[in-house]
Design a protein around this ligand. Sequence first.
Ligand code: PLP
Length: 334
Amino acid sequence: MSVIDLRSDTVTQPTAGMREAMLRAEVGDDVYGEDPTVNHLEQHLANRLGFAEGLFVPSGTMSNLLGLMAHCERGDEYIVGQEAHTYKYEGGGAAVLGSIQPQPLAVEADGTLDLARVAAAIKPDDFHFARTRLLALENTMQSKVLPLTYLAAARQLTHEYGLALHLDGARLYNAAVKLGVDAREITQHFDSVSVCLSKGLGAPIGSVLCGSAELIGKARRLRKMVGGGMRQAGILAAAGLYALQHQVERLAEDHANAALLAEGLRELGYTVEPVQTNMVYMPMGQQARALQAFVAERGIKVSAAARLRLVTHLDVSAADIQRVIESFAAFRHV
Ligand SMILES: *Cc1c(COP(=O)(O)O)cnc(C)c1O
């Protein structure tokens, strides 16, 4: 029985074409700036997203950390969602390593931060307060796509108050594909953007931070400091380039499969939250763990916390979705 792993879109295996690209990659020592494939990836994504420069790093956590630290000094503050990855799921790195105070705010039902609340949280210039420097948004935010009009309004607000605007765009391309727009329509509003290559795009490792030459210069120094300077990293960058060239449009299949899954589960009587991109959330309460164990015996892996989370990706087919629905149907008859 083959395993269907819906825990995350990080579990994808490199495709044959990707492995071939990795095998053929020209490499050099990237700490010396001499890896042609890393340089190509950084420039390619920066151009594609409308920034001067890019920086290849091992993880999205490092990419966000370097972005925050490049924007903020010790004793500065960034405004961020209570459920945002940079705040909640990155070990408090901005505070621990950057001495940057987070000011978390509740995330609205649509994944945005209420801009009136953001404005109210910006500290006046007074020595009692940390200096508010940056607003960090996330898109997609737990699979929700932030509206383009909202991004424009957030940009306007940050201009008004002299704040920088950072995007945790781990799943930027899920948002762009869902909206049917060029990713630049999203990234044009930001001073820096972090993009994960290792989520739905299907690369084994890597993220890219994009921004101005000055910002990326700072981030490059910080990358070395936190141990993220890699040597013949072109082997990995080749996978990222391949993903950007061949595995962006197909994200629409993941979205279609997530919609198919949600529909099937609703027909069985399950409560399923509205699906926008590649994640299906089910508020299950007490039953979550029992259901997780039940489907695990049938070769289906899901994440269970307060909600069950099922994530579609490169290695999940429409036929797999049918098998998942059948297992969930069997659970209802236990
Ligand atoms: C996965 C993820 C990250 C960080 O990625 P890692 O590569 O696992 O460190 C950042 N932000 C969001 C929204 C993510 O989903």
